[in-house]
Design a protein around this ligand. Structure first.
Ligand code: PMP
Length: 374
């Protein structure tokens, strides 16, 4: 990604002078499994309802700033009240606003990496110090004693469940302990929660933990990554903060209309989510078989694939960066390369796609890994 010019470096706020913009490393390919989107077509009934809703939406009027109709639908689904919901232009906007509102100079965010890289990016943009408590290097479970100790003097904590890119959950008990230890705000990012086993969400903790914020998105299970819609659930006074700092019209009329349809017809996504879950297990087993017997090259960690509760799998293979490039260039399959990220040496993340896409991934990987080994 381009560096800032010398001229701009001299003009922007000093803490932004060496900023590295978030790079999704996107290249157009036949099969894109790099961004954990839902690659299944929308159910035709949903697509038609969205098209109808969009064409009936006047474009000459400003949107309802707080998306109240959508908030009511979200609240009803989750057993919350409208005042417990704030909608954003994707989960990203809400993450940014969370850091802007509760972070800032002299404040600390506790992050438990490897996790979603945007947390630290938004922290740096908002001049928020980051304290890291690394997850276990083999299982990626939280290091609870150190997490609780760090939480006790943090202004904010973000925990991801299922975690991106490692796929494992944070338990309600762990979240409860962190909420109790932390004098500040605790966000649990549940962007992928619909793909997890039933009962994995920590929303039930909200009534007893007023410093908890739960983040959701319509980009994953609801197949609306292009629509840009996410929401947070929290206590009324926390939502008042999100409402106060947001850009008034960030959630446009078309987004609100498309998101309302997804929330109204939410049951129609269940078969797709079930299929992704079952494809995930099929892929997990197939990848385990694939890497069995692949020795580690000298100096490399042993090949591995981790169980996942999200719509993606993390795997470690020999020559990962090369495998990712060859998948892209020779098979037109895009996976995400984490092999240079701290704590993720040799790792690639692959979104679980349609059965056909997954078959192609397995075929390509089996070929490439055979060649890498020889
Ligand atoms: N949280 C996590 C863990 C994510 O992986 C993502 C998207 N990759 C988001 C939040 C934000 O999603 P969106 O802005 O599309 O709602």
């Amino acid at each position: 990604m381009a560096q800032l010019s010398d001229r701009m470096r001299a003009l922007v706020q000093p803490h932004l002078a060496s900023i590295e913009p978030y790079d999704p490393a996107f290249t157009p390919t036949r099969i894109n499994l790099s961004a954990n989107e839902n690659t299944y077509p929308l159910p035709p009934t949903v697509r038609t309802a969205i098209d109808d809703a969009l064409s009936a939406t006047p474009l000459n009027r400003y949107p309802d700033p707080m998306s109240n109709r959508l908030r009511d639908l979200i609240a009803a689904r989750g057993g919350h009240s409208r005042q417990q919901i704030c909608v954003g232009n994707g989960g990203d906007e809400l993450l940014f606003n969370f850091l802007m509102a509760f972070g800032g100079p002299g404040r600390t965010l506790l992050n438990c990496p490897p996790a979603f890289s945007e947390y630290e990016f938004f922290a740096s943009v908002n001049q928020t110090q980051v304290e890291r408590v690394w997850r276990d290097s083999v299982t990626f479970e939280l290091d609870m004693p150190r997490t609780l100790e760090a939480a006790s003097h943090a202004n904010m904590v973000i925990l991801t469940s299922p975690n991106n890119p490692t796929g494992n959950l944070v338990s309600a008990q762990e979240v409860e302990q962190v909420c109790e230890a932390c004098p500040g705000m605790v966000m649990v990012d549940e962007a992928y929660i619909e793909f997890a086993d039933l009962g994995s969400s920590v929303e039930a903790l909200l009534p007893n933990h007023p410093n908890l914020v739960v983040l959701h998105t319509l980009s994953k299970a609801f197949g609306e990554a292009g629509v840009r819609c996410g929401y947070v659930v929290a206590a009324h006074d926390v939502i008042d903060v999100f409402a106060a700092v947001r850009q008034i019209y960030s959630v446009n009329v078309l987004t609100q209309a498309a998101a309302e349809v997804a929330m109204r017809l939410d049951v129609m996504f269940e078969p797709i989510v079930q299929q992704i879950r079952s494809e995930r297990e099929r892929m997990f087993a197939a990848l385990q078989t694939l890497i069995e017997g692949l020795g580690a090259a000298s100096g490399e960690l042993a090949p591995a694939v981790w169980p996942s509760q999200g719509n993606f799998l993390l795997l470690r293979v020999p020559g990962a960066a090369d495998v990712r490039t060859r998948l892209r260039d020779e098979y037109s399959i895009l996976a995400r390369d984490f092999s240079a990220a701290p704590g993720l040496a040799g790792c690639l993340r692959i979104t679980v796609g349609t059965p056909q896409e997954n078959d192609e991934v397995l075929r390509a990987l089996s070929q490439l890994l055979k060649e890498e080994r020889s």
